[in-house]
Ligand binder design. Structure first.
Ligand code: CA
Length: 231
């Protein structure tokens, strides 16, 4: 079945342009013009991915993102118009997976959406013939079902957090630069990535999986280089 994408944007021309481009790719599209309308439609249609404009009438895209994250781990892509908004997407505990600045190229947006969907629902993690479960201390990563457990407790990770953890854990002891992680995990071959994105997701991940996020036992910072998963 085609993936369903929720587009939350009050500017009709932008919304229609997005809808057209996404439908062309074979995805289903639901439009909402406000955060309030979006929340109702999420309950109703259970979309697989959400594209949120930051500037909306009423509830902002930031608040909407936070609200969605309370109950759902679907990939979220934010549309920002100003540098301050990008900083906010990267810096706050929003849980967005990616962002694009307006004006954006529709082609680029489509390829980001495709990458996010593949990362969230693709079979990349389970079809490469490697083991389906990884263990590290009290952490268990089920690559097939895309679940993570800390002891007996299931940990809710966003698609990005899961993919980042799975990638690092599959290569224990190997140090990756932020740029390598952007290429491998985010799947952006020609994307001039913002390395802060990696730092933010690592921080969120540590808060969820580490006993002491400030003194991590699993995801180790290698100063001046990047990150590695403790072997
Ligand atoms: Ca808007």
């Amino acid at each position: 079945m085609a993936e369903q994408i929720l587009v939350v944007e009050d500017e009709a021309a932008v919304a229609r342009g997005l809808q057209y481009a996404l439908l062309q790719e074979g995805w289903g599209v639901t439009l909402a013009r406000s955060g309030e309308e979006a929340l109702a439609k999420i309950e109703d249609r259970a979309p697989d991915l959400a594209i949120l404009d930051v500037r909306l009438p009423g509830m902002s895209g930031f608040d909407l993102c936070r609200e969605i994250r309370r109950s759902r781990t679907i990939p979220i892509l934010m549309l920002t118009a100003r540098v301050e908004e990008i900083d906010k997407v990267l810096g706050l505990e929003l849980g967005a997976d990616d962002y694009m600045s307006k004006p954006f190229s529709v082609r680029e947006l489509v390829s980001r959406v495709r990458a996010l969907l593949r990362r969230a629902y693709g079979t990349l993690a389970s079809t490469d013939g490697r083991q389906s479960q990884l263990h590290a201390g009290n952490l268990r990563i089920d690559l097939e079902r895309r679940r993570v457990f800390k002891g007996e407790r299931r940990i809710d990770l966003t698609a990005t957090e899961f993919e980042l953890l799975a990638y690092l854990a599959r290569h224990p002891g190997i140090v990756f630069t932020r740029d390598q992680l952007l290429r491998q995990v985010w799947d952006y071959d020609n994307f001039v990535g913002d390395e802060k994105t990696v730092n933010v997701h690592i921080r969120h991940l540590r808060e969820k999986i580490e006993d002491q996020p400030d003194d991590p036992a699993h995801i180790i910072t290698v100063r001046g280089v990047g990150y590695k998963f403790a072997g």
